[in-house]
Design a binder for this molecule. Structure first.
Ligand SMILES: C[S@@+](CC[C@H](N)C(=O)[O-])C[C@H]1O[C@@H](n2cnc3c(N)ncnc32)[C@H](O)[C@@H]1O
Length: 410
């Protein structure tokens, strides 16, 4: 039987009927509860102090319910709207967030005392389209999770790896992100009941993880059985830099001296003063950036509400490499204090509608030229709805040529 991860992306697989089926099955409820309790046992949190836990891939709240029963406050993240809707229907206690774990854990640094994930992170090993790189998503997930945990915060994830290489990818991403810990396998001999728990700490924890009765299966770094590829996957950032430096030295290249960190130092920004030259610091910075990216003020003029561009105008954007894009403006997004402003252009090429978003202050843009302004404009919002309708734009370059009375070249 195929695994759910192979059938469809999670937000599609866990649709309304699957969420209902999953959540109402007493067998599933029982298994998820058991695994959540085991995760909590491994976390070994102090019971007396209040703890805020993040439940990653919280689904319809089966794991979250156990957190509530055990007296923890929790926040849940999941990619499936149907699962979250079921959780809302069931009045779970946790706060719920619709988000993709592969896009990172979007919370302020040091927010959570601990995190759990029950039967979810194996989904991150799958690529739903050719432009998705599961390794990058896993690494981003672990990096941002690390940041969102308090120093010494712990993370336990029960997951269902499809094969050893998935387990390795997950573990090496966790290690690269700076987590310490390893893998615990419960019931390793039983094909049916075997369960994998990733048990990690973000820095040194005050209370150790509870490892009673656990069998560690984290591959040892010195193990002679590990081949070079596996060793590379397991190495930390520091080890990676040292290895690269050693290779460069062997090739006779100049290499920076080893420091006690032997790696890039974390970037620390000086806190911004509330005012600069008597102005609110953000206004000041935006002014500086505008002066840098738009010294003549020409781009700002384009964004002027009265005299600037409007949805319906046809413009030609020329880049520094002299390539260009011509299209009809269907929307202008004026960013806060202008800097993020961008223009959505639409044209038709070989009868296929194509759209491109142009950031107005992109330093690679050489010029933005207005080719055509209509005599009468449609309402601004109407432009959004022209796609594939009879009012859709045509090949705008051909349109401008026709307006200028140019004949088609034969
Ligand atoms: C088997 S359910 C487990 C739900 C819950 N933890 C429990 O114990 O009942 C797996 C959940 O992971 C979620 N999930 C899978 N991939 C995800 C991703 N990339 N981001 C967020 N959630 C994801 C799915 O939507 C699904 O709700």
């Amino acid at each position: 039987m195929s695994r759910p991860e192979e059938l469809a992306p999670p937000e599609i697989f866990y649709n309304d009927s699957e969420s209902f089926k999953y959540t109402s099955s007493t067998r599933v409820q029982h298994i998820q509860a058991k695994m959540t309790l085991r995760a909590l046992e491994l976390l070994n949190l102090e019971k007396e102090a209040p703890q805020l836990i993040l439940d990653l891939g919280c689904g319809s709240g089966l794991s979250g319910e156990i957190l509530t029963e055990e007296g923890y406050d929790w926040v849940g993240m999941d990619i499936s709207p149907s699962m979250l809707a079921t959780a809302l229907d069931r009045d779970v206690e946790g706060d719920l967030f619709l988000a993709d774990l592969g896009n990172g854990v979007p919370f302020r640094a040091g927010t959570f005392d601990a995190a759990i994930s029950i039967s979810a992170i194996q989904w991150l090993c799958n690529a739903d389209s050719s432009n998705v790189d599961p390794k990058k998503r896993l690494l981003f997930f672990f990096n941002t999770l690390y940041a969102s945990l308090k120093r010494g915060g712990k993370f336990v994830a029960q997951f269902y790896p499809m094969n050893d290489s998935q387990t390795e990818s997950i573990m090496s991403a966790a290690k690269l992100a700076g987590f310490g810990g390893g893998l615990i396998i419960d019931d390793p001999e039983s094909k049916r009941h075997k369960k994998y728990y990733l048990v990690l700490t973000a820095g040194l924890a005050e209370r150790n993880i509870n490892l009673t009765g656990a069998e560690m299966e984290a591959p040892s770094e010195n193990s002679s059985k590990l081949n070079r590829k596996k060793r590379k996957l397991m190495e930390t950032r520091k080890e990676y830099i040292n290895r690269k430096k050693e290779t460069m030295r062997k090739r006779g290249r100049m290499v920076a001296e080893d420091s006690k960190f032997t790696g890039p130092l974390p970037t620390v920004y000086e806190p911004l003063p509330p005012k600069r030259q008597g102005e609110n610091v953000m206004t000041y910075i935006h002014k500086q950036l505008l002066a840098k990216h738009d010294p003549t003020g020409k781009r700002r003029d384009l964004l002027n509400y009265e005299t600037g561009l409007r949805a319906g105008d046809i413009i030609k954007v020329t880049y520094l490499d002299r390539s260009d894009v011509t299209g009809r403006i269907i929307a202008i997004k004026r960013g806060q204090r202008n800097l993020g402003s961008n223009i959505l252009l639409r044209t038709k090429l070989n009868r296929v509608g194509s759209e491109v978003r142009i950031p107005v202050y992109n330093p690679n843009i050489r010029n933005i030229e207005v080719l055509y302004k209509p005599k009468t404009y449609m309402p601004r919002a109407a432009h959004y709805y022209i796609r594939e309708s009879r009012r859709d734009v045509d090949d705008v370059e051909a349109f401008v040529r026709r307006q200028n009375g140019e004949k088609k070249k034969r």
